[in-house]
Design a protein around this ligand. Structure first.
Ligand SMILES: Nc1ncnc2c1ncn2[C@@H]1O[C@H](COP(=O)(O)OP(=O)(O)OP(=O)(O)O)[C@@H](O)[C@H]1O
Ligand SMILES: [Mg+2]
Length: 363
């Protein structure tokens, strides 16, 4: 594997006694978009500020291209303006009293860029983000989306080693957000940028990231590709945070023929293969987790193995699909279905679970 562009080694940052970043280690490869996804207050912005040098860690080391930028135990701390970082802050932080040109020129001026090349680089950055021709405008005479592009141009203007983006799309409306998401991805691929991206929006993380970390209370719960994290959540927090989860309570039953979870309702039995059943013993109470999209709705009939009897409680017609509010084995949840399959309120149905994709835990 290539030398990582960014590496965290057991980094800790406390505010008072509260650890905002609590012993975090990870690395980002060249040309990768790595996303931190997590709820408000979990330490995402603090992690970015540590990379930029706007916060000093209490412990651990941060390296860029193999060189330590921050290592408190070794007395190393490189000042923010000596780091090759481009940052878009959570609230753009563009200067209202400056023109678009001067906003983007700022990082170059701070670094003493000669005026012979400064203008060309600023105009090139504005061109890259689709703002050519607007350089003379006051920064406040722009739409939210355009201001966001100015912030992006300013972060890109001096070819940073790492681009740090802190919820850069959170102030935009849904449609523009989707468009900018694609544009950022296209820019990143064109210029082979290495990006550390922060969001609390699951869809954004899933569509943008090469790899992502799910962050909870200053710790990385899981790191992996979007598909790995979604399909094999390592902890209940990850499963809950990434999309919807449906859970059933049941009891492990075993005989010489096999192992299954008894859901108690209407004799529903969920068969477990050797791999899943290994660590459980007969009579143990468990909780079974599945994604709504892994459940198939079938018309009423006698339940077979891996099926649960259910009832439709409510029907919501949403134009392109139908949401069924369903009760099954003591649980209430919503299943989306195509319009081809129609059931009325009060209808008895069966749900077929996908045993391959279940997660089971003791309770
Ligand atoms: N300067 C500070 N002084 C004291 N506490 C701070 C400071 N900055 C952050 N914190 C605390 O550290 C924790 C992590 O904050 P951080 O801003 O990194 O969260 P976040 O994940 O970016 O949240 P959000 O999604 O709301 O932006 C929070 O509990 C926050 O209150
Ligand atoms: Mg934040």
């Amino acid at each position: 594997m290539a030398q990582p562009v960014l590496e965290f080694r057991d980094v800790v940052k406390r505010f008072g006694t509260v650890p905002a970043v609590d012993g975090v280690s990870f690395s980002i490869q060249p040309g990768e978009i790595f996303t931190l996804l997590g709820p408000s207050g979990c330490g995402k912005t603090t992690t970015l500020r540590l990379v930029a040098g706007l916060e000093e860690p209490d412990d651990g080391e941060i390296l860029v291209n193999g060189t330590p930028l921050t290592a408190p135990r070794r007395g190393i701390f490189v000042a923010p303006d000596k780091r090759q970082m481009g940052m878009v802050f959570q609230s753009y932080a563009i200067w209202p009293h400056l023109t678009v040109f001067e906003n983007v020129a700022f990082p170059l001026r701070v670094r003493g860029e000669p005026s012979s090349t400064l203008s060309r680089r600023v105009l090139q950055a504005l061109e890259t983000v689709g703002l050519a021709g607007l350089e003379g405008r006051g920064a406040t005479e722009l739409s939210g989306g355009q201001q966001q592009r100015v912030a992006l141009a300013r972060a890109l203007v001096y070819a940073p080693a790492i681009l740090l983006l802190d919820e850069p799309l959170s102030n935009l409306d849904a449609k523009l957000r989707e468009q900018m998401r694609l544009e950022i991805r296209a820019l990143q691929m064109k210029f082979k940028l290495t990006v550390l991206y922060v969001t609390h929006d699951q869809a954004e993380a899933m569509t943008l990231s090469d790899r992502m970390a799910v962050v909870h209370r200053g710790r990385f719960e899981q790191v992996g590709s979007p598909a790995e994290v979604y399909e094999q959540p390592a902890t209940p927090f990850v499963a809950e945070f990434l999309g919807r989860t449906i859970s059933f309570e049941g009891m492990i039953a075993k005989n010489h023929g096999g192992c299954w979870v008894d859901l108690g309702a209407g004799g529903a039995r969920i068969l477990l293969d050797g791999k899943k059943s290994g660590s459980f013993s007969g009579g143990e109470k468990v909780r079974l987790f599945t994604r709504p999209e892994d459940i198939e709705i079938l018309p009423s009939a006698e339940v077979a193995a891996n099926q649960v009897a259910a009832k439709i409680e409510q029907v919501a017609y949403l134009g392109d699909h139908i949401d069924y509010h369903v009760q099954a084995a003591g649980a209430f949840f919503v299943l989306s279905a195509s319009k081809k399959q129609r059931f009325a309120v009060g209808a008895d149905i069966r749900l077929k679970l996908d045993c391959e994709r279940l997660t089971i835990r003791s309770v």
